[in-house]
Design a protein around this ligand. Structure first.
Ligand code: GLU
Length: 324
């Protein structure tokens, strides 16, 4: 009891000393009240002003970028052997992407469409869908993670392009998305055209950023690290819209259905592939084998129905195209 009293007395003395110091310094400071009406932008948000010149990028040609390596039965190889020896599949994804890869609030597990695709790969490769270690990363970190081999593969809404295929490999297409616009309801924004003179949030290191800057140079683009950041800046009224793939936007809209809505048609087709380090051809073939299996045995449709039915009834799974 005495000890408690002594601690209390010492604490009160310390508080009195500190507030005394604070009062001293305040008495000499100008009496000005600062009001923060504007919430801060998320860390690392960068506004790009309208009509900022875009470095012209010539999209390299690679034929059909979605053509991948044909699966082989009993696929094996050095990369598959390494994963099996380790006993865990290292998967890069965004742990805050509603519907695709996010933490279930009850179980704490990473769940969603992309997470389930990764689990099917682990099931075939290691005998259990649970033998996965996730590495959380943002869109702009995907290619580096593959090039530095800090992950075995990326399952993160990653569009297959000829430009990316210069640095990384891809599986066949496992989902076809379409870039669209998410706007605040009754904002007068009904399509891409209405974004001229408005502010739009996009994530860096994405096809969405390049597309919006080309298709709507009159918009002010605010770029941020994750799509969840875009929802925050939209809710804080620091932008008027978000533009990316319909499936990602549906996940954001589901988190704030009274305030936001998807508008306008598709601006582009975004074929998603599993990203794999360039040259890990045994793994590419293996993953394509899993995608063949889940298309044929109904797993793809089941996963689609579970996570993406906000987009409508499940379509046919995307048909694979092979290089060989
Ligand atoms: N599909 C787009 C891309 O690969 C955006 C998806 C994302 O940022 O996760 O760049």
């Amino acid at each position: 009891m005495n000890t408690t009293r002594a601690i209390l007395a010492a604490t009160l003395a310390a508080v009195a000393f500190v507030s005394g110091c604070a009062n001293d310094s305040l008495s000499s400071a100008p009496t000005k009240t600062v009001r923060y009406n504007e919430p801060p932008l998320p860390a690392k948000a960068i506004p790009v002003l309208p009509n900022t010149p875009i470095t012209p990028q010539v999209e390299p040609q690679c034929g059909d970028p979605t053509a991948s390596l044909r699966p082989r039965s009993g696929a094996s190889g050095p990369n598959i052997d390494d994963i099996r020896a380790r006993g865990r599949l290292l998967v890069g994804l965004d742990t805050g992407s509603n519907l695709f890869s996010f933490r279930d609030p009850i179980s704490g597990s990473v769940v969603g469409f992309d997470a389930d695709i990764a689990r099917e790969i682990a099931r075939d490769l290691l005998g259990s869908p649970d033998l996965i270690e996730y590495r959380s990363l943002g869109s702009a970190e995907r290619e580096d993670a593959l090039q530095n081999h800090t992950v075995d593969l990326i399952a993160k809404t990653m569009t297959i392009t000829c430009e990316r295929r210069q640095r990384v490999s891809f599986s066949t297409v496992y989902l076809r998305a379409y870039q669209r616009v998410l706007a605040v309801k009754n904002s007068g924004i009904n399509s891409l055209n209405d974004l001229a003179g408005r502010r739009v949030c996009v994530v860096r290191g994405t096809t969405s950023l390049d597309r919006i800057r080309h298709e709507q140079p009159g918009a002010t683009v605010v770029s941020v690290p994750t799509w969840a950041d875009c929802l925050v800046v939209l809710q804080q009224r620091q932008v008027d819209a978000v533009s990316t793939d319909d499936a990602i936007l549906a996940g954001l809209a589901a988190q704030d259905p009274y305030y936001t809505q998807l508008v306008g048609g598709g601006i582009s087709v975004e074929p998603y592939g599993i990203g794999i380090p360039k040259g890990d051809d045994d793994l590419v073939r293996f993953v394509n084998g899993t995608l063949e299996r889940i298309r044929a045995d109904g797993t793809w449709t089941k996963i689609y129905r579970q996570w993406l039915s906000v987009l409508g009834p499940p379509p046919e799974p995307p048909n694979p195209t092979y290089l060989d």
